[in-house]
Design a binder for this molecule. Sequence first.
Ligand code: B12
Ligand code: SF4
Length: 458
Amino acid sequence: MRLYLINPSNPLVSIVKLKESPWNRYRVWQPLGLMVLAGLTPREWEVTIVDENLGATDYPSMPRPDLVGITAFTSQANRAYEVAAHFRRLGVPVVMGGIHASMCTDEAMARVDSVVTGEAEGIWPEVLEDARQGSLKRLYEGGFAEITDVPFARHDLLPAGYAMGAIQTSRGCPLNCSFCSVTAFNGARYRQRPIVDVVREFRSIREKRVLVVDDNLIGTRPEHIARAKDLFRAMAQADLRKEWVAQATISFADDEELLTLAAKAGCRGVFIGFESPEPEGLLDVGRKFSLLKGRDFRVSVRRIQRHNILVAGSFIIGFDTDEPGIGKRIADLAKQYAVDALNVLFLTPLPGTRLWDQMKSEDRIAVDRFPEDWKYYTLTYPVARYKHLPLDSAIEEMTSCSREFYSTPRILRRVCSSLWQRRKPLISLAVNLSYRGNIRLDCKAYADFKCQWGNRDR
Ligand code: B12
Ligand code: SF4
């Protein structure tokens, strides 16, 4: 039995534009969900993972599969449906799973043979058995998996050429920020994989550099931090010789021992969501926890960097508190915090989130011809009606922010400072050049977007 597991590509996502900006090569990430699914698949199935982000795929030239499984974030949904249509025309049954199919189940069910919602660990073997017997059900509900059931991802199935491997050590997040899908999809309970499993799986990754995909590697409670420390100790002891990056909250900076152990275990970079310079903006989206009284973000960032760990900060434009000038404000603040890289996104109502419900009820979802319009839900397009930022001004704020932060003198200053502080200047340079290269691509994308959407009532 031949199974294709497909990661559809959205050409509007700038990091997949490898020809236009070669630096993006360092930012094409592995489709871990499909690798996990492959790990759950009995060996009598011959599994191929097709990652469209690596380049155009010539499906007609490939052998006909017995079953196709497609994953999709919301931004990949259109392409997922195109690929599904291709295989269904050939009479090959198509199963779709992942976050979009879980949040927009009816939409997906109308376009594929079978939908799996939620986490697949508890249900995928049954789906495969039904497919083998030609009796696929229309809907399977995976719910939340037992964390001990998460199998080792099949790292061996992907071709070489990714800059980084990928691994997951925990699922779920109790913080439930209004714009984020994680609590709705993976639940509010923070579940941690057994440390021995994580260390063993780490060993099976061939890439030297690894993305730890956890939404918050250190969790929220003292016992989570204690587990993170144990994990880092075990990783250091196992002498994995990997360098990895992860996502965490700014609380990562609050514990010197945690930072020391993380660095010893190979941590070289951390993505931190600052989200908004305005306390009201943070309260708006439910991020009270970022407002620790008396926190000096500059000091927190520096404390992390002192351990030879790069800090990438992320902010959002489009909160009700954001007014013209917000772009420059964010760029200045990011400079003041001295983050090594800055990622700014538009506030985007993703289906299944509290923000979606709110914006829908206020008729503020501007780009709404679904499923075609899902391709704009990359967080890099202003798809909603923002209170004080009409379309043009939202785009202007985003562009001015990137231009300011990624200007040549500022990049040079950052790279020199990481050189001076002995913190991976080459990586800092590659990351900065990748972001800078994408400004030009983004401007072109915004011009096309405005042509399409400028005339709409916003
Ligand atoms: C790593 C990651 C990335 C990587 C992508 C790596 C990749 N190709 O998978 C990068 C950095 C590139 C990325 C980019 C983006 N991401 Co992202 N990302 C994540 C993150 C942190 C982890 C994903 C992961 O690997 N999980 C681990 C695996 C094991 O879980 P899984 O993929 O969910 O798979 C399980 C189930 O879903 C199911 N399943 C999945 N696929 C299938 C298929 C079938 C057939 C079946 C049966 C089951 C099944 O089974 C798996 C095992 O249980 C998630 C947060 C999260 N917790 O999900 C956000 C998340 C998925 N990203 C999100 C977003 C918005 C984006 C971007 C649009 C914007 C951005 N700039 O971040 C882009 C879009 C890229 C694109 N190509 O379109 C949102 C998606 C929300 C939505 N409704 O789409 C999430 C949920 C974060 C959030 N804050 O809400 N992301
Ligand atoms: S944004 Fe981060 S902290 Fe907030 S709910 Fe999502 S994963 Fe949790």
